[in-house]
Design a binder for this molecule. Structure first.
Ligand code: SF4
Length: 174
């Protein structure tokens, strides 16, 4: 709740050019999302001048939309047909796409079922079919073009900050 109030204040700040950022999570444990929110403890006053959040349910309840996103950070692997379609739509609406964390970059550890033996795969087939899961769990680069990757489990904080700095420079946000 505290962060949501802070974000409202943030949205009322000046009209300087800002980076339009979205943050979305697919199949994973969301630890990189927690790390990102924790980073606000050190970076809030800098980022409030530089970032306009478009789709970010962890920070705002209303008005979440990928429309006009300069960059979307994508956490997690793609495990269902619904998520595959959503990722393709996000790619169309985002100028840059960044894979966040090992699950998004490589599939693992979310993709462990890909390597199950045949008998274990048969045991989980009922769930796979019933809930529209894909035959395999995919890193996002197998579904759409990825511009940057931030590896780590959870994401490497230093690489994330370097990537964000590159994006600020690329989009002329000072
Ligand atoms: S990469 Fe690790 S921390 Fe990130 S979502 Fe996957 S399991 Fe969780």
């Amino acid at each position: 709740m505290l962060y949501k109030n802070i974000l409202r204040f943030w949205a009322q700040m000046g009209n300087k050019k800002k980076l339009a950022v979205s943050w979305v999570t697919f199949a994973c444990c969301e630890d990189s999302t927690i790390l990102f929110v924790e980073l606000l403890n050190q970076h809030f006053f800098e980022w409030k001048e530089k970032i306009d959040f478009r789709y970010c349910p962890v920070l705002k309840e209303r008005g979440n939309s990928f429309e006009g996103s300069d960059v979307t950070f994508v956490e997690g692997a793609i495990a269902t047909k619904e998520d595959e379609a959503k990722l393709k739509e996000i790619r169309e609406k985002s100028k840059r796409l960044v894979a966040i964390g090992s699950c998004a970059c490589t599939g693992l550890p979310s993709a462990q079922r890909n390597t199950f033996d045949e008998s274990t795969k048969r045991e989980i087939m009922i769930v796979v079919e019933r809930f529209g899961h894909l035959e395999k769990v995919h890193p996002i680069k197998e579904i759409v073009k990825v511009d940057y990757q931030v590896p780590g489990c959870p994401m490497d904080e230093r690489i994330f900050l370097e990537t964000l700095a590159k994006l600020f420079a690329e989009f002329g946000v000072e």
